[in-house]
Design a protein. Structure first.
Length: 140
């Protein structure tokens, strides 16, 4: 069985089983958000972020074979070095919350991309910067 994950606003799993007729199963879409957002220069989880992570924790409790990576991101304000550290703190905050909800820490890796992978390139408005301040959960 092959499992692939695409991060497009929600966890999307495509399960394909190889059988004698080589037919593929229909995709299974799970509506669990993959992103939590942060305030400027902060790494503390907001209430809506905790709700997203609660849903993720439930999903991972039912899919014990899956490992995950939490990516930390920032907007472009601040030095590259500072933003890498801040992205790391954001990823760690999401990881720690999932662990507090019962997800085995051995299943979780974190990585910081700082400002290097923005959702909104050349962000100028407060709303655009907000979309870049995030932690994203992806299957490993």
């Amino acid at each position: 069985m092959n499992l692939k994950f695409l991060s497009v606003g929600s966890l999307v799993l495509f399960l394909a089983a190889c059988c004698p007729t080589k037919q593929m199963m229909e995709p299974v879409v799970l509506n669990v958000a993959d992103k939590v957002f942060f305030d400027f220069n902060k790494s503390e989880l907001r209430a809506e972020g905790k709700q997203v992570l609660d849903e993720q924790a439930t999903w991972f409790a039912n899919h014990l074979q899956e490992n995950l990576v939490i990516e930390g991101h920032t907007d472009v304000r601040g030095s590259d070095e500072y933003n890498m550290r801040l992205g790391g703190r954001r990823a760690k905050a999401a990881r720690d919350y999932l662990v507090s909800k019962g997800v085995n820490p051995d299943r979780i890796r974190t990585v910081s991309f700082g400002e290097t992978r923005p959702d909104v390139v050349n962000a100028k408005t407060a709303a655009e910067h907000q979309l870049n301040r995030r932690a994203v959960t992806v299957l490993d």
